[in-house]
Write a protein that binds this ligand. Sequence first.
Ligand SMILES: [Zn+2]
Length: 265
Amino acid sequence: MFSPFHPRQTPQGLPFPFVESTAPPLACTILTSPRKQATSGSGSWSQPDSLYNELMILETFPVGPLQCNCTLLGDEAAGEAIVIDPGDEVSRIHRRLTELGLKLKQILVTHAHIDHVGGALQLKRLTGAPILLNENDLPLLAMMESQAAWLGVPTPETAPPDEGLAEGQRVGLDHYPAQVIHTPGHTQGSVCLHFAPLKMLIAGDTLFAGSIGRTDLPGGNSQQIIHSIQSRLLALPDETRVIPGHGPVTTIAVERSTNPFLRIR
Ligand SMILES: [Zn+2]
């Protein structure tokens, strides 16, 4: 499948989403409390991760043909959750929220590419949760028909976000808050979400394991993404666990020392 979204192909012939390097194909990333297991036969959802509080549920799973990493963060005690980047497979995400008995509080979208935002409105309709997106990506959101055409997929219905995601804004759950870091470059409205108490960064398509987001799409800027990463993300503590928009988990320390896109500047 050729698409202007994906100039490179994986060895399996699948498009490699929004990545400029020859990093390995996408891997499933699942981090969760061992206490609640999927019951709906929706595949391998749960692996214990001892780094996390037992009352916290953290699951990251790839959705849709481009395998966007969608993250569900839940607080069992409060009965609340947030979902980040519900790009596709909304019924699966909604079923998981129901299984866990969690009320969805926010739908957070790191940027307005179709594979990250495509299911947001449908999930909002099912749950009543507001959608949050940085205002600089509103032009991209308005290009959904073009984005779908590039990929040869049906155009998902979208609507303007209920709230912005501005630099410094606090979002997330009461016990698991995140701060918004505006990291333009992949798109003008790209943001990362820093869960400082959890030592975790949701990086969208700005930073990947061994790679960075592509900048050849509308709104992309290669100098800007490097600046965003170097000035904002590499300033985070070494041990910060990075969950990228696609592919495997990494850390700030590993990317600072080995990411080839960040070494020669
Ligand atoms: Zn993207």
